[in-house]
Structure formats: structure tokens, C-alpha cells
Design a protein around this ligand. Sequence first.
Ligand SMILES: O=c1ccn([C@@H]2O[C@H](COP(=O)(O)O)[C@@H](O)[C@H]2O)c(=O)[nH]1
Length: 271
Amino acid sequence: MKIQDLIQQIKLKKSFLCIGLDPDVDKMPPHLLKSNNFIFEFNKQIIDATHHLCVAYKPNLAFYEAHGLEGYKALKDTILYLNEKYPEHFTIADAKRGDIGNTSKMYAKAFFEELNFDSITIAPYMGKDSVEPFLTFKNKHCILLALTSNAGSKDFQFLNTEETKTKLFEEVIQTSQTWQNADRLMYVVGATQTEHIQAVRKIIPESFLLVPGVGAQGGSLEEVCKYGLNKNIGLLINSSRGILYASNELNFAEAAAEKALAIQTKMESFL
Ligand SMILES: O=c1ccn([C@@H]2O[C@H](COP(=O)(O)O)[C@@H](O)[C@H]2O)c(=O)[nH]1
């Protein structure tokens, strides 16, 4: 998908909501567990109930890989369903990949060609040659982990770099912007890190940020918007558990849609 198409969808729907498809058997409605391919069935009902309120879906690979072959099938069915029925949605494989070049090339083929996702999250720790194979794909996007939402982000991401005296997360953003096809880069910045979004925006005023951490992790949508919005919106704010598990009864999909609507309504007031 082209960035311009994503921006158009955001303006049309007055929403920059990304719904995280993190199916957790322990939290899913028990009645669904009886059906074959219940993970896909759960996703399908969530997608059908919420598609008009969001512009992106983000399956996190862990929730599929934990189920082996069945999980992979559910992931494949989910992305096929999205691409066929709701092709205007931006799709994110939250896989956090990145390896030596020839291995990254295979990851890129897996997610961009075989599964046909629009984007993938990438851990940038291995540097330029681990990310570049993903950046060769036209109209596909690489979302680098910059400043993550978890407490452990403090372990490394705030360390000062000796050469440039910037924090490691700032260095990741700055340096990656010099790579070929850097216009295909986006960055993960946690909603729990709002005091640092201004610093991020100073380096990349134009880039899209994928912002997880509202809802279950306690991040504030208002604060993220205050510091993160740019002239093209420039934000995809993710919520997974806060939407998916609003109810585990028969009405789970409608309950999820109500939560998504509440977020979309707030978003509309910022546009
Ligand atoms: O810094 C990060 C990077 C990724 N995530 C992922 O986003 C969702 C958040 O789920 P919630 O249920 O809305 O908390 C999940 O898939 C994480 O693995 C993140 O939270 N923080």
C-alpha cells in the first residue's frame, strides 16, 4: 500500500486506529473454541465488526506461532481475508524480525510475498544490512522498533552513544534515515513514552509512528496526539486487548466495536 492511500483512508474514516489481532485462547469467548480454525473465526468476527472504525490491523506473530501449523493457517486465512474483503486496510505483521542479510531477505519474502502484508516490525539491533533487504520492496514498509512501550526499554534504548552523544533510540532513528529507501521506514514508539515523542518528532517530523500501549498498558491517547500528530496525521495508534476482550460472551464482536468506536470518536476530535 502507498502511504498516500493510508493517509486518504485516515482522513476518510477520521480514524488512525490500528487494531491488534492478538488472539489469546484464555481470553477468547469459550463458545468459539469448539469450531475448527477458531482463531481465524475470532479474527473474522472482530474484523467484520470493526473494519469501518480503523485503518490498520496488526496480527502479532507470537499469538499464531504458539499454535504451530494451526496458528500459521489462521494467520494466513486472516491476511487472505483482509486482503480480499478489506484491501483498503494497512496490514502490519508484528513479527519483530531482522537477521544477517540473506536471512532477512527470506523473512522479507515470507511476509511481503508469501503472506502479502503491507508492513513488518523489525528489531534494528543488527543494523543496516539486516534491514535493507526489507527496504527493497516497493509499497511495503518496515517499522523499526525505536522506543518500545515496555519497562525494559530503559535497559538499552536510553543509553547515551559515545560518538554522537544521543540516546540509542534517537541514534536508531537518525541513522536509519540515511539508508536507501528510508521513505519506506516507520517507527514503533510506545504510548507510555509520550515525554519523548517531541524528541522523536524533531528527527522525523514526517514519518509514521506505530504507537502501541494505549488501553491495557495505560498509555494516553490524548498525550500521544498532543506530541505526535503531524500534517499528515503520522500516527497509527494500536490497541489489542482493550478492544479484543471487551467481552467473552456471544456479543464479543459488538463489544469490541463499541471499544473501537470510543477510541475512533476521540481520534476524530483531534483531526
Ligand atoms: O513497544 C511495543 C512494541 C510492540 N507491542 C505490541 O503491541 C501490542 C499491544 O497490545 P495491547 O494489548 O494493546 O497492550 C502487542 O501485540 C505487543 O506485543 C507493544 O505493546 N509495545
